[in-house]
Design a protein around this ligand. Structure first.
Ligand SMILES: CCCCCCC/C=C/C(=O)SCCNC(=O)CCNC(=O)[C@H](O)C(C)(C)COP(=O)(O)OP(=O)(O)OC[C@H]1O[C@@H](n2cnc3c(N)ncnc32)[C@H](O)[C@@H]1OP(=O)(O)O
Length: 726
């Protein structure tokens, strides 16, 4: 709702009220309209101030409304016109946030005052929409086309000080913003308002408008990577340069409706809520975010300053947590220290652009050592040495003797067994897996893996740490590869099998990149280094000296196996780092991939050697085999209780594996394709490849289909229900 009150003798104050972020629900809009009409009708009211309850102006439209049947009544635009037409001056008092429809309300006001800590923006593009309450037509009239394009097509939040420079607000105050707005409103009584009505202003012209727009469109499309909203935002802003206000608004509405009914908006809005849902973690034994309290982390340590450790130290420093970096000897320590300092200098430069500072030269904030004794007083340790169980156990045993009893011990691993690591410590309840993604100071995902003995407090503390580091923490159970890498395995396995059967690396990558992945599986493998998987396969006895003599080349443990990646490694083709992998690069360490004729002839020789019949494989089959195998693994993970809902898998894939956000994550995508369709295709591919268990549809997927293909939100409630159709 919105509360109507008197702020001063002649000033009415309309306060938007809908906790926690004053989202504009239909009720709030109705109350806003009522308040405006009441102020207009009351001759003793000479001016109006609009503000938000609890120090927040508004986070914009209630996103849930867009998927409700009542969305036909979305009438914010006419209310904003009503504000603008008012003969009494209306001043917006912006505290906290004014986002989306919230900022559009402020744009309808005649004046805008913001608190110095407020942030403003039109983030509709991030949920697959455009500012559909006349914002695409008013903002360019206020701040010009280049700034409006930037704000609307990126959805970024603009700090108050920048908003003032752009002319988005008239004044920035450090005091009580509502009181300042009431004072301004009082001063404005009786003053002419015509020039303050943005709809009546022309869009500022640029000398080279056409060239500017065509260049801007190219940039927007490149950044969008298949997402529709940025381009439609652009079209709406372009309309502002070509059409009178009312026609521009009509065009905006038309484009908004296209987006509103698109699958992409649904997927992006699902992703918005999924990211928030995973914060409310639970485990199968009843531990939950509701009852567990995180412990404060006043000082942390990172063991191992390789690629991962450096990124983790950087993240901790950015989160203002004092940190000690530890290496095995002085040589490694100095290399690691230099690399960390370089990363931090770069981060500091980026932060300076946003008027923020990063303090890392103070030894109380960042310290480097080779001495484990320095870790006596830390509250939490993140071990980030390479993936070797024996080494990790040795370190954890040492830590459990040195660290204070209440310290938490985290292992950065992408696959190893947390229980086995915890077993060598005197505090298995305080041991937890923290799987960072590379580069760790950039990637948002943090997979948090609880073991059999991990306490709820430890999980809550790791989740809190993720939040402080501005990462998305997702709590998952302990199994080989956890969630992300476990689902990735069948995907990359299919990609390699497709090469055996006739595809080329660039064919497979193109299909998956066209689908929206930032990078296809072979380019990804070249980037990460083929030697990483090779080492793991050797450890598992799948290749290398421990492989039993006489093992068939293309079979392991009775199932199909492709030795192709091992063969490339044996030839020293590790990917970008060696200049050759599935592609060729301009030099070792080069980044521009080119299809490699050597790989093409190597593949055809390989197929001849193993008498594999080659065939043309179409895009549909490439996509379905890679994605559906991954999705089927996802259903197994849900059935085993490794993750507590499909949102967890989707958040992991969007934030850690380059899954296109506008497709909502693999499980959401499965729900849009339809579970019966996925099941039918997996059954078909599984019949074609009976020696590939990863193509056999998950029992949980089959169950959901038998239970009538329920909506994604209901899947988990079917886990333990009996089905007589199976
Ligand atoms: C009535 C129809 C009018 C039609 C107008 C058409 C044109 C206008 C379109 C829009 O305005 S679209 C919405 C644009 N706004 C956004 O995209 C903002 C989204 N929110 C955020 O970015 C963040 O939530 C925040 C506001 C910056 C706050 O971040 P913080 O980290 O502090 O808290 P969160 O955990 O993210 O959020 C708290 C709580 O609030 C819920 N929530 C936030 N924003 C919305 C929203 N716009 N609609 C509905 N719910 C919202 C969020 O889900 C959290 O809920 P719980 O998890 O606690 O249940």
């Amino acid at each position: 709702m919105a509360q109507y009150a008197r702020g001063a003798a002649a000033v009415a104050v309309i306060r938007l009220r809908n906790p926690p972020v004053n989202a504009l629900s239909l009720t709030v809009l109705q109350a806003l309209e009522d308040g405006l009409k009441r102020a207009d009708a009351d001759p003793s009211v000479k001016a109006v101030t609009i503000c938000g309850e609890n120090g927040k102006f508004s986070a914009g439209a209630d996103i849930r409304v867009f998927s409700s049947p009542k969305k036909q009544g979305l009438g914010l635009g006419p209310i904003i016109s009503l504000i603008e037409r008012s003969e009494k001056p209306v001043v917006a008092a912006i505290e906290g946030i004014a986002l989306g429809g919230g900022l559009e309300v402020a744009l309808g006001c005649h004046y805008r005052i913001a608190h110095v800590q407020a942030r403003m923006g039109l983030p509709e593009v991030t949920i697959g929409l455009l500012p559909g309450a006349e914002g695409t037509q008013r903002l360019p009239r206020l701040i010009g086309i280049p700034a409006a394009l930037d704000i609307i097509t990126t959805g970024r939040h603009v700090p108050a000080t920048e908003a003032l420079k752009l002319g988005l607000v008239d004044e920035v105050v450090e005091e009580n913003t509502v009181e300042a707005a009431i004072r301004l409103a009082t001063k404005l009584i009786g003053q002419p308002l015509g020039h303050r009505r943005l709809s009546l202003r022309p869009v500022p012209r640029l000398p080279n408008m056409e060239a500017f727009l065509s260049d801007a469109l190219m940039k927007v499309k490149k950044r969008a990577q298949g997402c529709l909203a940025p381009e439609l935002c652009f079209q709406a802003i372009k309309a502002a340069t070509e059409l009178p206000f009312a026609d521009g608004v009509r065009k905006e509405r038309e484009l908004f409706n296209i987006l509103l009914t698109s699958g992409q908006a649904k997927a992006l809005q699902y992703a918005f809520f999924a990211e928030r849902a995973v914060e409310k973690w639970t485990t199968p034994n009843g531990a939950s975010w509701k009852s567990a309290s995180p412990q404060p982390i006043r000082k942390a340590a990172v063991i191992g300053l390789g690629t991962m450790g450096r990124g983790i130290v950087t993240s901790l420093v950015k989160a203002k947590i004092p940190v000690v970096g530890l290496e095995q000897d002085l040589e490694y320590l100095n290399t690691g220290r230099k690399a960390v300092m370089l990363l931090l200098e770069r981060e500091a430069m980026k932060m300076e652009q946003g008027a923020q500072t990063l303090d890392f030269h103070n030894p109380a904030r960042l310290q480097f050592t080779v001495d484990f004794d320095v870790l006596r007083d830390v509250d939490l340790v993140i071990e980030a040495v390479f993936e070797n169980m024996a080494l990790k156990k040795e370190i954890f045993n040492k830590l459990s003797r040195i660290c204070k009893p209440e310290a938490f011990l985290c292992t950065n691993t992408s696959a190893l067994n947390i229980d086995e690591i915890a077993s060598v410590t005197n505090r298995p309840q305080q041991v937890i897996g923290t799987h960072f993604f590379s580069p760790a100071h950039v990637m948002r995902l943090l997979e948090i893996i609880y073991g059999r003995h991990t306490s709820p407090t430890t999980i809550a503390t790791a989740m809190q740490l993720a939040k402080v580091m501005k990462k998305v923490g997702v709590v998952v159970g302990n199994c080989f590869g956890f969630v992300g890498n476990r689902m990735m395995f069948p995907y990359t396995q299919q990609a390699v099998f497709l090469l055996e059967e006739g595809s080329r690396p660039e064919d497979v990558d193109r299909v998956l990149e066209d689908f929206g992945f930032k990078i296809g599986p072979f380019r990804m493998s070249d980037l990460a280094g083929l030697d990483v998987g090779w080492r793991s396969r050797k450890d598992q006895g799948l290749t290398g000296p421990s492989l039993a003599p006489g093992t068939p080349a293309r079979q392991r443990r009775g199932y199909r196996y492709s030795p192709l990646p091992d063969l490339l490694c044996e030839k020293g083709r590790f990917g970008q780092k060696t200049g050759k992998g599935w592609y060729q690069y301009e030099k070792a360490g080069g980044r521009i991939s080119k299809p490699d004729p050597w790989i093409h002839s190597f593949l055809s020789e390989y197929r001849d050697t193993h008498q594999i019949k080659t065939r043309f494989i179409d895009q549909e089959e490439i996509l379905e085999r890679c994605l559906f195998a991954l999705i089927s693994e996802g259903f197994d993970i849900l059935a085993e209780g490794i993750a507590s809902g499909p949102e967890h898998l989707d958040v992991i894939y969007i934030n850690g594996y380059g899954w296109p956000k506008h497709r909502g994550g693999p499980m959401f995508y499965a729900s849009t394709v339809g579970l019966p369709n996925i099941l039918a295709k997996l059954q078909k591919y599984s019949e074609m490849h009976p020696d590939v268990p990863q193509l056999r549809p998950s029992a949980f997927l089959k169950k959901l289909v038998a239970m009538g293909n329920p909506p994604l939100n209901d899947w988990m409630s079917y886990l333990h229900r009996q089905s007589n159709k199976l």
